[in-house]
Design a protein around this ligand. Structure first.
Ligand SMILES: *Cc1c(COP(=O)(O)O)cnc(C)c1O
Length: 473
């Protein structure tokens, strides 16, 4: 399997060659030359497979430059009940992504039972093991530099802690994350994890990462890597649970299923799009946004209009507070018939702070199954309350966004599967506001806020982070 850039002006590479990188050199995103196809007979074979076997059946079609036995080992080591053990509501941890039936044809797909209680663990844990494998094989090392407002940073650190050849330098805004998120990250004592609390906001952290990445000499000398949401390895790992969810709620392959996806950078739902392109019988892909509704606007009007960080709202579903959707370019590449010149033309305006209008492609959009909606804070609060009252299940604010929009598109005869992207324990304050009590927390995480914390406070200055990396590498 060869990988090409959406902008058509980068070298064609293998999976291992794009694994450690971010953007393609031409500014585009890497995608497989063609999506592997799964037939009716393939789907039938997949029924009854364990999560790890299913992941191997899918990922081995995308990854052909790691020996089969090694790939199988890496996948089986990743997807275990031990790693994804924070189940609730009587679910079986061995399912890795168990479904929870709310009512006929309405389900939650639990993707947040991993170590940091958010769906990002699904892909990031695999990435940690793949990185270590590829680096060990090639005798290389990498220093991952990232910025986080909470979920990405913790998922990356729990995936990379203790891994050979890898250091993580994670910038977060000082005193701006929730107490739980701060404790999750800062209580890690692993020597290869560096938590840096920046005196500023999330955008300052991101600007520091950009400044370092734009310094090509520094980047090369210190082997700076990234695990941000455009990483192809993360997208492809997420394809697996769409298959798992589909198989869990159907009896045969003539049935269709819809998925509702709380969306920010379009990484999660992009994996759903790819699953659909691979032949999974998906009816609708419901893109759910919060008040930062750049994607909802696009799917309703055909106009893509990123907002800029100054116009990004801080909401009660903070992991979806984005100004632009980094992975969206991957879908648009398919939408315009893999015409990379067209993608370059569209992003020439976006990359300069502008917008584009492809209204004329609206009829084609329907062929891809996409529909969309958004939620307000009040919507999410009432959805959390209703879900508790009606089903006795507590959901977090991001999942509430997904469920709210899902119900706008639910059909009587087609299962609707809402992706649970975080556990409520991660966003306690919002749950207290909605329900008047703190949500249940996995027992092993009780008192995590009282553990000793390990972090460095720093000014919002790219020079300082470069010094710190240089000193520790
Ligand atoms: C990251 C995140 C999202 C958004 O996912 P994208 O892949 O960026 O669309 C939604 N919910 C939670 C809890 C997240 O951590």
């Amino acid at each position: 399997m060869k990988y090409i850039s959406t902008r058509g002006q980068s070298p064609t590479l293998t999976f291992s060659e794009i694994l450690l990188g971010g953007l393609a050199p031409d500014g585009g995103l890497y995608l497989p030359e063609a999506y592997p196809q799964f037939s009716d007979a393939d789907l039938t074979t997949m029924r009854g497979m364990s999560y790890a076997d299913l992941a191997f059946a899918i990922l081995s079609r995308f990854i052909d430059d790691i020996p089969v036995a090694d790939l199988r080992d890496i996948i089986h080591k990743t997807y275990t009940a031990e790693v994804y053990g924070f189940t609730r509501n009587g679910q079986n941890a061995a399912d890795i992504t168990p479904t929870l039936k709310l009512e006929d044809n309405l389900y939650l797909l639990s993707l947040s039972n991993g170590p940091t209680l958010a769906f990002k663990d699904m892909a990031m844990q695999l990435l940690g093991n793949l990185f270590e494998y590829v680096l060990t094989k090639t005798g290389k090392t990498t220093n991952i530099l990232g910025a986080t407002s909470g979920d990405t940073g913790s998922a990356a650190e729990y995936a990379m802690r203790g891994k050979k050849g890898i250091r993580v330098f994670m910038l977060s805004p000082h005193k701006k994350m929730s107490r739980f998120q701060t404790a999750q990250m800062f209580s890690l004592q692993d020597e290869n994890i560096y938590n840096i609390a920046v005196e500023g906001v999330f955008d300052d952290c991101q600007d520091m990462v950009k400044a370092v990445s734009n310094d090509a000499a520094f980047k090369a000398e210190y082997k700076i890597g990234a695990v941000n949401s455009i990483n192809w390895g993360r997208i492809v790992a997420q394809v697996v649970y769409y298959f798992k969810g589909y198989l869990a709620v159907t009896q045969n392959n003539s049935q269709k299923v819809s998925f509702a996806v709380p969306s920010g950078n379009f990484g999660n739902v992009c994996a759903g799009h790819i699953a659909r392109m691979m032949g999974l019988p998906i009816d609708k892909l419901v893109v759910a946004t919060n008040e930062n509704d750049v994607l909802d606007e696009f799917f309703k009007t055909g106009v893509y209009r990123p907002r800029g960080s100054a116009n990004t709202y801080h909401t009660s579903s903070p992991s979806m507070d984005i100004s632009k959707a980094s992975n969206f370019e991957r879908f648009v590449f398919d939408l315009v018939g893999k015409d990379s010149a067209k993608v370059r033309e569209l992003w020439a305006s976006v990359d300069n702070g502008g917008a584009f209008d492809i209204k004329h492609l609206m009829p084609k959009l329907a062929d891809y199954g996409f529909v969309s909606g958004s939620s307000s804070h009040a919507n999410r609060m009432s959805t959390i309350r209703e879900t508790q009252k009606k089903y006795g299940v507590v959901i977090d604010t991001h999942t509430a966004d997904g469920l709210k929009v899902a119900l706008e598109y639910a059909k009587k005869n087609i299962p609707m599967v809402v992706l649970e992207t975080a556990l409520p324990a991660k966003f306690e304050d919002a749950i207290v506001e909605a329900l008047g009590h703190v949500p249940e927390r996995p027992a092993s995480l009780n008192g995590i806020e009282d553990l000793p914390q390990r972090f460095t406070v720093m000014k919002a200055d790219a020079g300082e982070i470069k010094d710190l990396i240089a000193k520790n590498v």
